[in-house]
Write a protein that binds this ligand. Structure first.
Ligand SMILES: Nc1ncnc2c1ncn2[C@@H]1O[C@H](COP(=O)(O)OP(=O)(O)OP(=O)(O)O)[C@@H](O)[C@H]1O
Ligand SMILES: [Mg+2]
Length: 345
């Protein structure tokens, strides 16, 4: 601290399949403040279905962002996600956290469909002050390979991971910070990205289920391209609302249908709960939140309110923080990045 203080900034890095995003956050004041934001698009197919096909290109893009922001040091906070990461609420005999750490691998074996030797595990006791004989634990299991690949990609960019978080948790934290009203009742945080849609179901702010749906804005663009004979640029202009297209509603409704089915599947278990409370609201983020008509299509199809998420609702952003991008346009894409940058140094 003080004159010779350690660094009081942290850098969140989201390597998405559509673009790579970086936020530098200043934690030295009373509350964190966004100092700088940069976004760089990725070439098509550099990342496909969560797999990095072109590590050199992605590493260079990360490096470029680092230089865009003029950063020093090497530490970033990043995350992993997708179907090789499992987040699950389990119940186990009540014990201390220390004891639970001893037996968690054994417990996890019953819940994780991967070879238990090849996973990294973490967990959190959700009701640490409870008195029941059983306790609720949020279990996280990720294939070790996924973590190793992320680390080596960062290495290739000349960076290192201070923290490797889980997409779903970083999204949740960013939502909680900006929209505390979302921490009441049963809500779904739905982050519609370029290729993937993350669904996070929260009950009074506690994550009870997370799932990834293989759907994103890319699909809407590709359907338009194929069926209407448009170039990828023309179709993308329509998806991002820069151009209008008379029959776009049909494509948006098909997208809304995909998201709705995915959310309904994820939320299906709610019906089997004794109390039987249903999904109340959806909080929508990601590039999909900016596709004209998509929030409305989801709301209409599911019969629930859809609220846009603003990652900067309660986080001050220093003037001119956004480098080369219009903040109001890219804000919905930055929820995950913000959640990562929020992690205190
Ligand atoms: N102003 C904008 N700038 C860039 N992309 C936009 C914009 N508005 C809408 N989009 C759409 O958002 C998509 C990217 O969304 P997002 O950044 O959430 O995805 P991602 O994190 O890169 O991908 P994923 O998480 O699926 O791997 C783009 O493919 C584009 O179609
Ligand atoms: Mg994303």
């Amino acid at each position: 601290m003080g004159l010779f203080g350690r660094s009081k900034t942290s850098v969140g890095l989201d390597i998405g399949s559509g673009s790579v995003k970086m936020i530098e956050m200043d934690h030295s004041g009373d509350q964190p403040e966004v100092r700088r934001i940069a976004v760089r698009p990725l070439l098509a197919d550099a990342i496909v279905e969560g797999e990095v096909m072109d590590p050199a290109l992605v590493a260079q893009t990360v490096r470029n962002l680092w230089e865009d922001l003029g950063l020093k040091g090497t530490d970033v906070v990043t995350a992993i996600g997708g179907h090789d990461v499992i987040v699950k609420k389990i119940t186990m005999d009540r014990m201390t956290e220390e004891d639970a750490r001893e037996v968690i691998r054994w417990e996890a074996e019953q819940h994780v469909p991967f070879d238990i030797q090849s996973v990294v595990l973490d967990f959190q006791i959700l009701d640490p002050d409870g008195t029941d004989a059983q306790m609720e634990v949020l279990l996280v299991a990720a294939k070790r390979e996924l973590v190793d690949m992320k680390v080596s990609l960062l290495q290739e960019s000349g960076l290192g991971a201070r923290i490797i978080d889980v997409d779903a948790f970083a999204l949740h934290n960013a939502l909680e910070h900006n929209h505390p009203e979302a921490m009441e009742g049963i809500v779904a945080l739905v982050n519609v990205g370029h290729e993937m849609t993350n669904v996070n179901i929260l009950e009074d702010g506690v994550p009870i289920l997370t799932r990834d749906i293989p759907f994103g804005t890319r699909r809407i663009r590709e359907d338009l391209q194929r069926e209407q004979g448009l170039t990828s640029e023309e179709a993308e202009d329509i998806v991002q609302g820069r151009q209008r297209f008379h029959d776009f509603k049909r494509y948006v409704e098909a997208g809304g249908e995909e998201v709705a089915v995915g959310v309904e599947r994820a939320a299906a278990f709610l019906m089997t709960q004794a109390a039987g409370e249903a999904l109340g609201r959806i909080f929508l983020s990601g590039g999909g939140a900016r596709v004209p008509g998509l929030p409305e299509a989801i709301a209409e199809r599911m019969g629930v309110e859809v609220h846009p998420v603003n990652p900067f609702e309660r986080v001050p952003v220093s003037p001119d923080a956004a480098l080369g991008v219009e903040l109001s346009e890219v804000a919905p894409l930055l929820l995950l990045t913000l959640g990562l940058a929020m992690r205190t140094p």
